[in-house]
Design a protein around this ligand. Sequence first.
Ligand code: C2E
Ligand code: MG
Ligand code: MG
Ligand code: MG
Length: 290
Amino acid sequence: QAKSQGKNRYAVYTSELLVDSVEELQLEADLRKALDQNEFVLHYQPQINNKTGKIVGLEALIRWQHPKLGLLYPGKFIKLAEDSGLITQIGEWVIKEACTQNKKWQEDGWEPIKIAVNLSTQQFLTQDLVKFMEGVLNEAGLDPKYLVVEITEYMAMEYDYSLKVLQQLKALGICISIDDFGTGYSSLKYLKDFPVDYIKIDKSFVGEIIEDNNDAVIVKAIITLAHNLSMEVIAEGVETKAQLEFLQQYHCDKTQGYFFSKAISAEEFEQDYHTLQKQIKSKNERIMDK
Ligand code: C2E
Ligand code: MG
Ligand code: MG
Ligand code: MG
């Protein structure tokens, strides 16, 4: 009996695999058309200055409005985009869209704000990335200091090349941020050489910052390290008041997380800006300094 059960399980398993790969092939075919058909959209998640409670930045996060499957999150298609080599083109669209939107907001009279874009490793290693960035900034007419690129520690593995590229991006005036800090390729050597402006503490450290003393210790150490290297710290995945208070207490510079706001569309951001900013300010009120 056990044997037949095992066999059945195996049969189910293979047919599931088959369905999975058929679905994946379909998704990849769809992905190839998505750029032409204008199906990508950027949502923006506010980054808040912990001292002032003001929205000082936005992270642009890609979503795919799939014609049949609805709104897809990057977890569903970024890996596919990387494996199929489509990520570079998609990433270029992201940079253009973010810069154009940012310039538009400035022209409409909004207070200037930084927008951060995520770079995939492949895109980062593309030969003409720096030229491309320069071109986009010129075309959009955006002051480079309002563009932040988020890179991950994996990009530090191509050490000399990465250093050169980052120095060139920095020379253009673009800001550089290390995303998901502490979860990737662990070497601290790059921190002393790379022209880094911001370190983003990964949400896996923030999630249990109150309950887990090890996380608390790590977060405090990252903040101290960053400040001593003249970098600013952004905590991601902040979901509760207690987490925010902890981060404020240890002088974390900025926070990003559901406690303040999830990522929203450009239209929502425009419509709700004043309400959102008000809500955020009141949530950010510090108890400590009063
Ligand atoms: P990431 O760059 O670390 O972005 C932060 C992710 O955490 C976002 O997920 C965001 O919605 C989510 N998040 C923000 N606050 C909270 C919170 O308080 N709690 C929780 N549980 N999650 C929170 P999202 O939008 O699904 O993006 C996932 C990842 O996909 C990003 O992680 C980034 O690595 C990648 N990604 C997003 N957009 C792009 C893009 O345009 N290009 C590339 N190459 N990758 C992208
Ligand atoms: Mg990011
Ligand atoms: Mg991150
Ligand atoms: Mg993360």
